[in-house]
Design a protein around this ligand. Structure first.
Ligand SMILES: Nc1ncnc2c1ncn2[C@@H]1O[C@H](COP(=O)(O)OP(=O)(O)OP(=O)(O)O)[C@@H](O)[C@H]1O
Length: 244
């Protein structure tokens, strides 16, 4: 069974076709990057797959559960770390983790144990008593991802996880994301091409709501006849991409 399967998944906002007939399969444990210029439809795809918005047409299955008929089951197996860092600013790191585990259905005791495990594995010991609003951007992002992971999702959506971070914080977060490989299916959106190239097993390029192409970074470079991934992206995501 694939972790994600979509069939002609479509979203229209009034006269704007934000996602136009997406057909996609993502395997279990795969790290899949969704790329595209601003407005290409990346966030729309992620919101549809995480049941935050309803589709106009088409269907999708997450770990075999339909987004149309089994929303609750879908929600039980997925987690989303949104573009905006999703932490409670006045709570400490530990309190944030305990709160999220509780929301995910854990008893108080279980939530404490989960938070302790997350602090240990995520390397949060030095900041666990700090209020989230006092953390650096890098730590806030890491916490945001740890919060998304605390419910043990099978599929994790990371919407621009390293947006605005400095190079060192970004690399640190890359290591965190790499640790998930093979254990959790990850769908990542990013504007940083080197991030997609470094982290993902496969990459899909969206343009004007349509999936132009899917492949490894090497395959996309070969397809575009480009010597760098950036050149391949420019060719495939831009107007010339429609003809390739
Ligand atoms: N709630 C909405 N109402 C109307 N149009 C919308 C809405 N949300 C998104 N759109 C439009 O749908 C298209 C796809 O938007 P989306 O946010 O999915 O793109 P994106 O690839 O995630 O862009 P970015 O990289 O800027 O985040 C855009 O033209 C956008 O203006």
């Amino acid at each position: 069974m694939n972790a994600i399967e979509t069939k002609a998944l479509t979203k229209r906002y009034r006269d704007k076709l934000a996602l136009d007939g997406l057909d996609l399969c993502v395997g279990q444990g795969e790290l899949f990057a969704l790329l595209g210029v601003n407005g290409a439809g990346k966030s729309t795809a992620i919101k549809l797959l995480s049941c935050l918005i309803a589709s106009t047409a088409g269907e999708a299955w997450l770990m075999g559960h339909s987004i149309l008929r089994e929303k609750e089951r879908v929600k039980a197996v997925i987690s989303l770390s949104p573009q905006e860092t999703a932490v409670a600013p006045n709570l400490t790191v530990r309190e944030n983790l305990e709160l999220m585990a509780g929301i995910g259905g854990c008893s108080r005791e279980e939530a404490r144990a989960k938070a302790a495990q997350s602090i240990r594995e995520g390397g949060f010991a030095q900041v666990e008593r700090k209020q989230a609003r006092t953390l650096s951007g890098g730590w806030q992002r890491r916490l945001s991802i740890a919060l998304a992971l605390i419910t043990d999702p099978q599929v994790l959506f990371l919407d621009e996880p390293t947006l605005g971070l400095d190079v060192l914080s970004r690399r640190e977060l890359w290591r965190e994301i790499q640790r998930l490989k093979g254990r959790v299916t990850v769908v990542l959106t990013t504007h940083y091409l080197e991030e997609a190239q470094a982290l993902s097993d496969r990459i899909g390029i969206l343009a004007e709501g349509r999936l132009r192409t899917v492949g490894t970074a090497g395959e996309l470079m070969a397809q575009a006849g480009a010597s760098s991934f950036e050149d391949a992206f420019v060719a495939l995501a831009g107007e010339r991409g429609a003809a390739l």
